[in-house]
Design a protein around this ligand. Structure first.
Ligand code: SF4
Length: 345
């Protein structure tokens, strides 16, 4: 049985009485080296959660201090997606209750940017349903991104597949980060999506890298993947050297094939964040969709587990909690919101 929070198996001679495996992992991650997949898998299955939180929290502090990067997102086009991602409320393949919209107009985007600024988000990401490419609609999206920039916010985007020319255009326009999640391990991807491939996603990430746009690339957990597959995703992110890693937890949406998947236990979700912090010590790790549902009253422990940010405000198709509550939580934890940065060095 997996050790629970508070059941420590201290070993004399290691710092703070940590078990040897956790102490070794902490040492590596504190030095900026992500732990190897084999070590991560061992820790995932055997390390006491309180030790993982202690180690991951120290690693976060070493590389990011008490600073948090929080952004907000806006769905500029919702629903009617041609893809069949089995967790997604926006897929046109499933009878969900999402209200589809066409591309929002300029004024709506500006209002959202002002609200994000009032909520003290450092960036606003414009997100479109669909896998792209945007073809003749691309310039209309660029105009919305310019509106965010003109409102004084850092511009992020998530518009699906993008090629080298598109990535260059976004970089010139001022897009600092682009979200394109791998979602899960390659070995599990076929059970999540069949309408595009893992390699399609990797090609977009490579175009972004070449254009100098920070890659915001993570996944969604609780789909039925194994721990080995979670670590496989972490290893792929290590290989890619992504700068930002959103961690989402499944919020089962009625009508989707994953509507009956059991909710991830909060302690397991914290374990995922901590293991990813030890694997990716210098990446920004943001806890995103499903945070409130899965972590519940344990949300403050996400930062002990190594998270360096959250999404402020609402998600794409589900409500987040009021930003005011998050701001109070940050204040009480002694965490400070900052404007855009990647790591402390
Ligand atoms: S995750 Fe993205 S690509 Fe997949 S169905 Fe949803 S909107 Fe479409």
């Amino acid at each position: 049985m997996r050790p629970q929070l508070g059941t420590r198996n201290a070993e004399p001679g290691t710092p703070f009485g940590l078990s040897q495996a956790v102490a070794r992992a902490a040492e590596s991650a504190l030095a900026g080296r992500g732990i190897a997949p084999e070590a991560a898998l061992e820790l995932a299955g055997s390390a006491p959660l309180d030790e993982l939180l202690f180690a991951a929290g120290r690693v976060r502090e070493a590389h990011f201090g008490n600073r948090l990067n929080c952004c907000s997102i806006l769905s500029v086009k919702t629903g009617r997606c041609s893809e069949d991602c089995k967790f997604c409320a926006q897929s046109g393949h499933y009878p969900t209750e999402v209200q589809a919209t066409d591309l929002l107009d300029d004024a709506a985007v500006r209002r959202a940017a002002q609200e994000a600024r009032d909520n003290r988000a450092s960036a606003l990401g414009l997100v479109s349903s669909g896998c792209g490419p945007l073809g003749p609609h691309f310039e209309a999206y660029c105009a919305r991104l310019e509106a965010v920039r003109d409102e004084g916010l850092t511009v992020h985007a998530s518009l699906g597949v993008i090629d080298a020319a598109g990535a260059k255009r976004l970089a010139a326009l001022g897009v600092k980060a682009y979200n394109h999640n791998l979602e899960t391990a390659r070995s599990f991807f076929g059970q999540v999506c069949t309408t595009h491939s893992y390699d399609d996603r990797l090609a977009t990430l490579e175009a972004l890298r070449q254009a100098g746009i920070a890659r915001c690339c993570g996944g969604i957990f609780g789909l039925g993947e194994s721990w080995a597959q979670r670590i496989e995703l972490g290893a792929e992110l290590q290989r890619l050297g992504v700068e930002r890693v959103p961690i989402n937890f499944l919020n089962p949406i009625p009508g989707t094939p994953f509507e009956s998947r059991p909710r991830l236990p909060a302690r397991e979700a914290l374990r995922i964040v901590a293991i990813f912090r030890l694997m990716l010590p210098k990446a920004l790790i943001q806890v995103c969709g499903g945070r409130e549902l899965v972590l519940g009253h344990l949300q403050p422990l996400a930062f002990a587990a190594g998270a360096t940010g959250v999404i402020l405000g609402n998600y794409l198709t589900t409500k987040g909690r009021p930003a005011d509550e998050d701001l109070v939580m940050f204040r009480d934890l002694g965490l400070e919101l900052v404007t855009e940065t990647t790591t402390t060095d």
